[in-house]
Design a protein around this ligand. Structure first.
Ligand SMILES: [Fe+2]
Ligand SMILES: [Fe+2]
Length: 205
């Protein structure tokens, strides 16, 4: 039986949400969670633009690197689309102003490095994935055992960010140091497959 004393949302009230009431009752700081999710959404949005569009365009002659970047870019776009509905379910919203949204990003925007060598580009991509891992595990930390829906989404995204870090470690070690540090990467079914965040089957023909 639910604890009637803790119920705050009144019958027929559309201005409040039981989905928020129940996670607040379990100790989630919902305004803080919304802020963190908006910052992470902004970072995913910006990363699709800067990291994997602008940077990828400067990897001519490295078609294999471009393919990996394309997977990472499309999976970041999937992360953005996965998490935005959650912001609204929690009563939050995206900023109406794109510049304001961009500036809220939890990870610094990466401009094209000078010179735009493959090593410099791969280094930026690697560090972008590392920032994403730190940002998503912070969401896992504050929702674990309290907000299963946000936790499930964040942990799916985290799975892919950890894979992305391994991909870029492999590529950067090869390109910069001539070293082999395998990521254990199997090819995705199609570009942007996002097996965890889209709940898709792994490639298995
Ligand atoms: Fe991402
Ligand atoms: Fe990523």
């Amino acid at each position: 039986m639910p604890d009637q004393g803790k119920q705050v949302v009144q019958y027929g009230d559309v201005t409040q949400r039981v989905g928020v009431e129940v996670i607040s009752a379990r100790g989630v700081d919902v305004p803080k969670l919304i802020k963190m999710l908006v910052a992470n959404a902004a970072a995913e949005f910006a990363s699709t633009y800067y990291y994997y569009t602008i940077l990828r365009m400067h990897l001519a002659g490295h078609e294999d690197y471009k393919e990996i970047c394309e997977d990472a870019r499309l999976e970041d776009r999937a992360h953005w689309e996965l998490i935005v509905p959650r912001i609204y379910e929690l009563g939050g919203e995206l900023p109406n102003d794109l510049k304001e949204f961009h500036d809220l990003a939890g990870c610094a925007a990466a401009k094209l490095p000078n010179p735009p060598t493959a090593v410099n580009i791969l280094t930026l991509l690697l560090e972008s994935e590392r920032c994403a891992i730190r940002s998503w595990i912070a969401i896992c930390d504050i929702t674990f055992g309290k907000d299963p829906r946000t936790y499930d989404m964040a942990s799916r995204i985290l799975n892919e960010e950890i894979e992305h870090e391994a991909w870029f470690i492999e590529l950067l070690a090869h390109e910069r140091d001539g070293k082999s540090i395998p990521s254990g990467h199997f090819r995705r079914g199609e570009p942007g497959h996002a097996p965890y965040s889209k709940n898709a089957a792994f490639y298995n023909p």
